[in-house]
Design a protein around this ligand. Structure first.
Ligand code: DGL
Length: 278
């Protein structure tokens, strides 16, 4: 395939709005670049679905972005990153494809002092063990425990990021996970947010985790990885600011504007969101 020119946008996708937390980091790292974000909101959640289904959805989302002329693809979804990267790279040879699991593992390994790392993610990501593999590759001997926290996805999409429901969910998911190493010589000192929706619940999560646990996510390290790959492929646009972002959603553009702005940390203009079918 012929790769589009350096002035083309960078494609980013997620099952819904979670990837907007990664897009925020990408925009701040590469303010001159244009971005095209696709949220597959009609088929969210990906985290409860089989690996085969998620890989199929990821290929369809990527097809839609590639058809619009992207120059690189950021899979801003841990669930899709853990099952679909080989298929995406095989389908689009020459297109830089950046996932979020390896950058998240890198952030965790950089942050831990004890080598005991707790990971929270969707059911699918935990089932596939992608973080375990990625962390142990970087840090052989690391102790990794994971917990699926699927309800966090619904809470984040609903905007219920603070309050009694979010607090109760954080308590019941995190207490048992963080208690795992309490009796051991070293306890978990890092908690990885292995789902791009989870940074929205940073309040309840950090209150339960307490001050001794560093919370990391993959947004900043993914942005650094994307910058490095684009630099290597000589595909950076060369501008230092003024980049634009357009959005595609597979359902409810009004809801995307309303809820998505919270995830992105910036207003999304209704005129910048297009409804598409995959
Ligand atoms: N935001 C996604 C992730 O990082 C998936 C959430 C979902 O659709 O279940 O895994």
């Amino acid at each position: 395939m012929t790769l589009p020119v350096a002035g083309a946008p960078i494609g980013v996708f997620d099952s819904g709005m979670g990837g907007l937390t990664v897009l925020a980091a990408l925009r701040s790292r590469m303010p001159g670049e244009d971005f095209l974000y696709l949220g597959d909101t009609a088929r969210l959640p990906y985290g409860t679905k089989s690996g085969d289904t998620v890989a199929r959805y990821a290929l369809q989302a990527a097809e839609a972005l590639v058809a619009r002329g992207i120059k690189a693809l950021v899979v801003a979804c841990n669930t899709a990153s853990s099952v679909a990267l080989p298929a995406l790279r095989a389908r689009f040879p020459g297109l830089p494809v950046i996932g979020v699991v390896d950058p998240g593992a890198e952030a965790a390994v950089r942050a831990t002092r004890t080598g005991h790392i707790a990971v929270i993610a969707t059911e699918g990501t935990v089932r596939g063990g992608a973080y375990q593999v990625a962390i142990e590759r970087l840090m052989p001997g690391a102790q990794v425990r994971s917990a699926a926290c699927q309800v966090f996805v619904a809470l984040a999409e609903e905007g219920w990021t603070e309050g009694p429901v979010a607090d109760a969910a954080a308590e019941s998911y995190l207490r048992p996970l963080l208690a795992w190493s309490a009796g051991e010589a070293a306890s978990a000192d890092v908690l990885v947010l292995g789902c791009t929706h989870f940074p929205r619940l940073i309040g309840p999560i950090s209150r339960v985790a307490g001050p001794g646990v560093r919370i990391v996510d993959s947004a900043a390290t993914t942005a650094a990885a994307a910058l490095a790959q684009l630099e290597q492929a000589a595909r950076l646009c060369g501008r230092s600011g003024g980049g634009s972002t357009r959005f595609l959603a597979t359902d409810g553009t009004q809801r995307f504007v309303r809820v998505g702005s919270g995830f992105l940390g910036a207003a999304i203009a209704p005129a910048d969101v297009e409804l598409i079918d995959l």
